[in-house]
Write a protein that binds this ligand. Structure first.
Ligand SMILES: *[C@@H]1O[C@H](CO)[C@@H](O)[C@H](O)[C@H]1NC(C)=O
Length: 338
């Protein structure tokens, strides 16, 4: 395969999530120990700068179990950090009551008191960033990769404004991420944008937003995402050297993490997550695992309880509430919660 072909394949694999599932029923409850006042906005939850962000850019309100597992595993392993799941389909959330009502619809997430749901409102989120003029002009109906491109834009604005950690909804967290101001290599010399972390108001995220608009091309998959991160890193930070082994790199003042931290299983081997292993790997060098939902979009492989596959093992260990709901065939999204 040519280098271009390889890069294209890797870019395709640097996934974001896609598509649908099912719904119905009732229950769920939680207290809000950190907020005694009754207003609860994304500003007061995320302004400490330690938030973990997940984004759903479609109107889908009944996420597949992998999305719920991603959010749950992050909340479970980082009990001291707020985990904010932004969903386009949510109504406005301003009070504790609004927050509880939204959470009650997701019985596997509701037990975690560090999970917050917020509506994704790009017109507000992109305000005071270089992205707003682009957003005001773009026509989502004409965009071929709108779910991805709008997610690429939203994660940059969130990172710039609040600081924290962004993760795609097909990443299962294993342990806390101990670094700040970092990008992750999916392979040698190529940055992912599926997971990254910065303090608020950092030059990297601002430069990315400027380049996003200046060199916008919504027709090329990944151009606004991994390719954007890679080109900004190259242009302004360092001539990205190859990895020699398991080490992380420093690129100017940005850490460039080894693929092993999040991509110990390469994209082309994504099926291995859905296979039975003789002995399950422990992933001691990894903070989280990217499951390549985008590569999986054709086959739509899911976690099947009792299959003894690697993915089942990962659910049991890292998102037990999601696992049990799937095992007991309980609905993970309730409608008509009073
Ligand atoms: C990081 O490096 C960039 C590019 O050299 C520089 O403009 C920026 O001020 C630095 N940021 C911090 C927080 O050190």
């Amino acid at each position: 395969m040519s280098l271009k072909g390889k890069i294209l394949l890797i870019l395709l694999c640097l996934a974001v999530t896609a598509i649908f599932y099912k719904s119905s029923n009732k229950k769920g409850r939680r207290s809000m120990p950190f907020f005694f006042h009754s207003t609860i906005t994304q500003d007061n939850v995320l302004s400490p700068g330690n938030g973990i962000f997940f984004i759903e850019t479609t109107d889908r309100m009944d996420p597949p179990s992998l999305v719920l597992c991603a959010v749950e595993s992050a909340a479970r392993i980082n009990p001291d950090r707020p985990v904010a799941f932004f969903m386009k389909g949510l109504p406005d959330i301003n009070s504790v009551e609004d927050q509880n009502r939204a959470l009650d619809s997701f019985p596997t997430l509701a037990p975690y008191n560090n999970i917050y749901l917020f509506p994704l409102r790009m017109d507000i989120l992109l305000k005071d960033t270089p992205l707003l003029p682009w957003y005001q002009q773009v026509n989502p109906e004409k965009e071929v990769h709108w779910a991805h491109v709008s997610s690429d834009a939203s994660r940059l604005a969130l990172m710039y404004k609040y600081g924290g950690l962004y993760m795609d909804t097909d990443i299962i967290s294993l342990r806390p991420v101990p670094v700040e101001n970092f990008l992750v290599a999916e392979s040698n010399q190529l940055s992912s944008n599926g997971v990254f972390g910065f303090n608020s108001h950092r030059d990297f995220t601002w430069t990315c937003m400027e380049d996003f608009v200046k060199n916008y091309n919504g027709a090329i998959w990944g151009h606004q995402g991994p390719a954007l991160f890679t080109r900004v890193l190259r242009q302004f930070y360092c001539d990205i050297p190859p990895f020699k082994g398991d080490e992380d790199l420093k690129c100017g003042n940005v850490s460039f993490l080894n693929p092993r931290r999040f991509y110990p299983i390469e994209c082309r081997f994504w099926m291995r997550f859905f296979e039975v292993w003789k002995a399950f790997p422990t992933f001691v060098d990894s903070y989280a695992l990217h499951l390549f939902n985008y590569a999986n979009r054709g086959e739509r492989r899911v976690m099947v309880p009792g299959s003894n596959t690697l993915v089942e093992h990962l659910y049991v260990q890292n998102c037990p509430a999601t696992y049990e709901a799937v095992l007991e065939k309980r609905s993970t999204h309730l409608t008509n919660v009073p």
